[in-house]
Design a protein around this ligand. Structure first.
Ligand code: ASP
Ligand code: MG
Length: 402
């Protein structure tokens, strides 16, 4: 069997953890399997490298940022290889350049295009345990790129897809995917399985277990993922196309605080206004999420929408500069909001799910500012300070249905 295993930064944070992971790797290797391991930078290394860079230059170029950040992963694979060799097993570390992991050219948020499997395969033939740097790639200029924060998951899935691996295991410091963040909700439960679509929603909603592009890739290439802990032997959560059991009515509650609400007030109530507003934002690569339009009165209407909070400053500037073009009287902003969502593949065929969610929020005396729904998701925008109590109230409301 060919097994791809990915370990996150906390799983390899120190000497003890490195050896713990080495043992987990060897369990499979000793059984005669081919093992490719993708590693993240140890512990807080990436954050520390960012701080270090900003100490030198508060606005470092993205190219140089990628150059420094990728050293974190390079340390991890070298150290792991040394640990395995020290235990008497053959191992070799490879970086993105040595493997040849081709990405698009954008620094700091590149996308993987193609991986040459040749080097990895030849190392496996030599019976080496192959340790590959996560998070990094090379672009057409032979420069080093990174895949965005949390990108090592994506590296692992891409390698599993390219090598046609029999298993792709993502090891982290939690037992798997939970119905809610266990730090926020005491009785959150671990899911045995979840569909790609549900996981994609949860990942992009701020459940930080998996990089969402890794789930996209897994879905595209049909790579079944297992998310599990490097610290326990618990089974973990399987992420796949279809779950064996009946579709979950609700598989999770997630919160996202990286949101801000923007309202364009007094827009002319005539065709083409929404288009001019949102095409403007699209042109500047601003991701708009929930959109709400008021009923027109006195020939004007209001359009409110959410953007990622870290895009609020850009959004403000773009809208202020184009007030007359979008024919708004003024723009209002609110950056103390959060988005709380429930996700479940069974929602589409079960009426009444929204009602349970709204009732839970009402019982907790939490006001809803905006609502949006899709086939497998319902999101509400609320005051940021209510986030944890909303997640708890909703989780409680669906307690018997997980
Ligand atoms: N080390 C990188 C980060 O901290 C990539 C990863 O952990 O997946 O974002
Ligand atoms: Mg991660």
């Amino acid at each position: 069997m060919l097994i791809v295993k990915k370990f996150g930064g906390s799983s390899v944070a120190n000497k003890e953890r490195v050896y713990n992971v080495a043992e987990r790797i060897l369990e499979d290797y000793k059984e005669g399997h081919d093992v490719v391991v993708v590693l993240s930078a140890q512990g807080d290394t990436t954050d520390e490298l960012i701080a270090k860079a900003k100490e030198i230059n508060p606005n470092p170029s993205r190219r140089e940022m990628d150059m420094i950040l990728t050293t974190g992963e390079q340390q991890s694979v070298a150290l792991m290889s040394m640990a395995l060799q020290n235990l008497g097993y053959p191992a070799i570390s490879l970086n993105a350049y040595q493997v040849k992991m081709h990405t698009t050219s954008v620094y700091s948020n590149a996308r993987l295009k193609r991986i040459d499997a040749e080097r990895i395969n030849s190392e496996l033939e030599r019976k080496n345990i192959v340790l590959v740097t996560g998070f990094q790639g090379i672009n057409k200029y032979d420069d080093i790129t990174t895949l965005g924060r949390g990108g090592s998951d994506t590296t692992a899935v891409a390698i599993a897809a390219e090598l046609n691996a029999d298993k792709c295991e993502i090891y982290t410091d939690v037992d798997g995917v939970y119905t809610a963040d266990p730090r926020v909700v005491k009785d959150a439960v671990k899911l045995n399985e979840i569909t790609y679509d549900e996981m994609l929603e949860l990942a992009s909603l701020g459940a930080k277990v998996l990089h969402n592009r890794s789930v996209e890739l897994a879905k595209k290439y049909g790579v079944e993922l297992v998310v599990r802990s490097s610290l326990t032997k618990a089974e973990g959560t399987i992420v796949r196309e279809e779950c064996k059991m009946e579709k979950m009515l609700v598989s999770g509650v997630a919160a996202d605080k990286n949101v801000a609400r923007v309202a364009a007030i007094g827009i002319k109530d005539e065709p083409g206004k929404a288009f001019s507003l949102f095409s403007l934002l699209a042109k500047h690569n601003i991701n708009v999420d929930i959109i709400l339009q008021s009923i027109g009165r006195n020939n004007t209407k209001d359009i409110s929408f959410t953007v990622p909070r870290d895009a609020l400053e850009d959004t403000k500037k773009i809208l202020q500069d184009n007030l007359s073009r979008i024919s708004a009287e003024r723009i209002e902003y609110d950056d103390s909001v959060s988005k709380v969502s429930i996700v479940g593949a069974g929602m589409a065929s079960n009426p009444g799910v929204a009602a349970v969610m709204f009732e839970s929020l009402y019982d907790a005396d939490i006001n809803i500012k905006m609502i949006s729904t899709s086939e497998i998701k319902i999101s509400v925008l609320i005051n940021e300070k209510d986030t944890d109590s909303a997640v708890n109230a909703i989780h409680e409301g669906f307690k018997d249905r997980f």
